[in-house]
Design a protein around this ligand. Structure first.
Ligand code: PHE
Length: 450
């Protein structure tokens, strides 16, 4: 077994964790949810969820990981030997595996769209809706792209914590931020962009319902990479000097900023093209946006080309840094409980996950009639992972840290043994003991009864 390394620098810590958080969830899922749930009012509720639920849960995951310096399953087993709490660690790693299996498929789509944009094939396409559905339902092309994406993830993970994850995050995250700024500028330069800004900035509270709140909370969990063992695993590579609270706040800030900037990229562009719907659902970035690029290609060919290539590159980079964390969550477990090398552990995870990924991909095409509880395989995985297990895990993490762990241990971790102040410590404990479990519980029951 290789000796365990920590991240080498403070910047590396923040960028790796932010890389996990910033992903398809920000660029693809967030604007879709905003479009479906009425714009600015949703954003306000989302911000509250990040602040009151996201940050405390993230701190809790960080402290479990950093205290034990172990993969997520061993972390819980060590902190609560012989008790049922250990199941939480298993659930985290299991969900990471499940999410990775379909995350690579969607990421493969973004790779395909990037290639299409670069070669100019996207500009020549006539019907984007038909193009999109014929690609995703193809029996093997999406699998091929998914495999290439998985191979990219594997290469980073096989190199290890410092020369793989940290090094790549340090290059990819700044690049990603630069691309975002350029894209916002492109989007604002489209004619009629103002209407899109209006939609994003003017809250309409008549749209607010418990449904919207549920979506906002689910989105916050997904976007911040909570309850999947990812941040817990990354935190197991934090050194004693890393400030947990500050890191959690920084990561949440970066993640939220990227989500909102993605809205600034997508909505002004979408509104600038009459007749294109904002509430088109998941097709937003694969059907609606190509339509926008298409219009731009005709009036300003260079702008359209740059816009589309950079946009899919952005999606790809964001997806890659998140997939790395999902992969590492599982690989760390395999590595630390077997006697195989990191490279072998990573390969084992990549291949087995890809097999599940094939099933997910086929569920968009040849296997679309195969349903369990009325859901296709892809929908089932997404539902089980990001609705059921994720929310339940969120409750368990809070209860574990709030009630089971020794209060002194928690205090020592979040304050680095009393050397950094955390004035809101009591408030934090109050939130994780009572407020968050109750809120998630109520929403969860609501969802079950629907
Ligand atoms: N947070 C990532 C995103 O926004 C997705 C993700 C979820 C990554 C869970 C890791 C763990 O796309």
């Amino acid at each position: 077994m290789e000796t365990r390394k920590n991240f080498g620098s403070r910047l590396g810590v923040v960028l790796a964790a932010a890389g996990s958080a910033v992903g398809l969830g920000n660029v693809w899922r967030f604007p879709t949810e905003v479009g479906n749930n009425g714009g600015a009012a949703f954003i306000l509720i989302y911000l509250l969820c990040v602040l009151l639920i996201g940050v405390p849960v993230m701190i809790s995951e960080f402290l479990i990981g950093r205290h034990t310096h172990a993969n997520t399953i061993s972390a819980y087993a060590r902190l609560a030997p012989g008790s049922w709490w250990r199941i939480e660690g298993v659930a985290g790693v299991f969900v990471a595996f499940l999410i990775l299996s379909y995350y690579v498929i969607i990421s493969g789509w973004t790779l395909y769209y990037l290639v299409q944009s670069c070669t100019g094939a996207l500009a020549a396409e006539q019907d984007f809706k038909a193009g999109f559905s014929s690609f995703v339902s193809h029996p093997w092309w999406p699998v091929v792209y998914g495999c290439i994406f998985m191979a990219m993830t594997h290469v980073v993970i096989a190199r290890g914590v410092q020369s793989g994850i940290e090094r790549f995050s340090k290059v990819m995250m700044p690049l990603l931020l630069v691309i975002i700024v350029v894209l916002v500028a492109c989007s604002f330069s489209m004619p009629g962009a103002r209407e899109g800004l209006h939609f994003l900035l003017k809250p309409d509270f008549s749209k607010v319902s418990t449904r919207v709140m549920l979506s906002a909370m689910g989105q916050a969990f997904f976007s911040l990479s909570l309850a999947m063992g990812c941040l817990c695993t990354y935190a197991s590579y934090f050194g004693p000097e890393t400030r947990l609270v500050r890191t959690a706040v920084n990561v949440s800030l970066i993640d939220t900023m990227v989500a909102i900037l993605s809205g600034f990229i997508i909505f002004p562009a979408v509104f600038s093209v009459a007749g294109v719907q904002v509430d088109e659902g998941p097709g937003l970035v694969f059907i609606t946006l190509p339509n926008v690029f298409h219009m731009a290609f005709h009036s300003l060919p260079l702008l359209g080309y740059v816009f589309s290539v950079l946009f899919y590159l952005l999606l790809l980079l964001a997806a890659l840094t998140s997939a790395m964390s999902l992969h590492e969550s599982v690989t760390a477990y395999v590595l630390e409980t077997t006697h195989i090398s990191r490279r072998q552990a990573s390969a084992l995870v990549s291949v087995s996950c890809m097999l599940l990924g094939v099933a997910c991909s086929l569920s968009f095409g040849p296997w679309s009639d195969f349903k369990v509880f009325g859901l296709t395989i892809f929908e089932l995985f997404d539902f089980a992972a990001s609705k059921v297990i994720m929310l339940l895990s969120g409750i368990v993490i809070c209860l574990f840290v709030g009630w089971r762990l020794d209060r002194q241990l928690v205090y020592d971790e979040v304050t680095n043994y009393g050397t950094v102040p955390f004035r809101l410590f009591r408030f934090y404990v109050f939130l994780i003991r009572y407020v968050i479990p109750v809120i998630i519980g109520v929403i969860f029951v609501n969802e079950l009864l629907r």
